[in-house]
Every structure is written in C-alpha cells, then in structure tokens.
Design a protein around this ligand. Structure first.
Ligand SMILES: [Zn+2]
Length: 162
C-alpha cells in the first residue's frame, strides 16, 4: 500500500504524500482500446485528520496514451486534477477499511481518475479525421454495402452459415 496513510501518524500532524505511483499499484483498467496507461501517477496530496474522517486534498496527474477516435493518431492526454478533494469517513456505513492503522487511498484515487477519462479521445477538439479520405471512407462503409460484404468479418460469418 504505497499510497496509504497511517492513522497514528495523522493524530500528530498532517501527512504529505508526494511522488509517483507505479501504474501496477494503481491497477487501473481502462477497459478501452483507445486509452492506455503506461506512466506512473504523479501525486501531491495532503491528508488531514478530521473529527470522524480523513480529508485528502491535492493534485493528481496522469498521462494517458490515447488514440484519436477520428483520425486514429496516437497522442498523449494529460489528465489533471489540480484540486482533488476526497472525504473518507472513518465511521458509519461507508467508512474506509483500516488495516493495521493504515488507510489505502489507492481505490479512491483510481475511482476518481477513471471518472475523468475522456469518453471520446480527440487529438484536437477540431480534429476532422483522416485528411482527405475520411468522408469517402465513411460513405463507402454506410453506403453501398459492398465494403461490408467484402470485409473479413462478413467472410467469416458466411463461412459459418455454410
Ligand atoms: Zn484526430
């Protein structure tokens, strides 16, 4: 648990967590072919003990390796949460799990990072797709039907039918 705080230490003073978390530790599953994560998560967080919970505030920065959904160009997306705030209750129904005085912040960071993932990554908000060819290509695909029948997927299906 590298991104964890010790509650005993928090009794005495706030804790700063600054550094980078290896992606294996973050265990992020993008479930998306056009978004990959290969670099560690940079974080600079301050954890504060409140009456009945923890308050985590700070900065998260993760570089995503994306593929533009329009032009298919690979590009880097900088996911930045400059003022991330997370309140973790220590009591009640939704309270956090405490393991030998430590609270792992990783799941909460992961959850909020996933929420910030771009739905349709674009290399540029004005991206118009593949230069020159995109319009013709999409017409072909939705138009005559000729392209679809000839595509490998359809060939496989036809084989199955026979
Ligand atoms: Zn693009």
């Amino acid at each position: 648990m590298p991104l964890a705080v010790n509650l005993r230490h928090l009794e005495a003073h706030n804790i700063d967590l600054e550094g980078s978390l290896p992606i294996e530790e973050l265990e992020i599953d993008t479930r998306d072919e056009v978004i990959q994560v290969r670099q560690p998560l940079d974080h600079d967080l301050e954890v504060q003990k409140l009456e009945d919970g923890l308050l985590v505030q700070g900065r998260l920065h993760l570089v995503l390796e994306c593929q533009c959904v329009r032009c298919l160009k690979p590009f880097q997306y900088h996911l930045k949460l400059e003022h991330w705030t997370c309140h973790l209750p220590l009591r009640g129904e939704d309270c956090v799990t405490v393991t030998s005085d430590c609270v792992d912040l990783t799941p909460y960071v992961r959850e909020d990072i996933l929420l910030e993932f771009p739905r349709h990554p674009l290399c540029n908000p004005d991206c118009r797709g593949l230069p020159g060819t995109s319009v013709g290509l999409s017409r072909n695909l939705s138009g005559t039907g000729k392209t679809e029948v000839g595509s490998p997927a359809w060939a496989e299906l036809n084989k199955l039918k026979l």
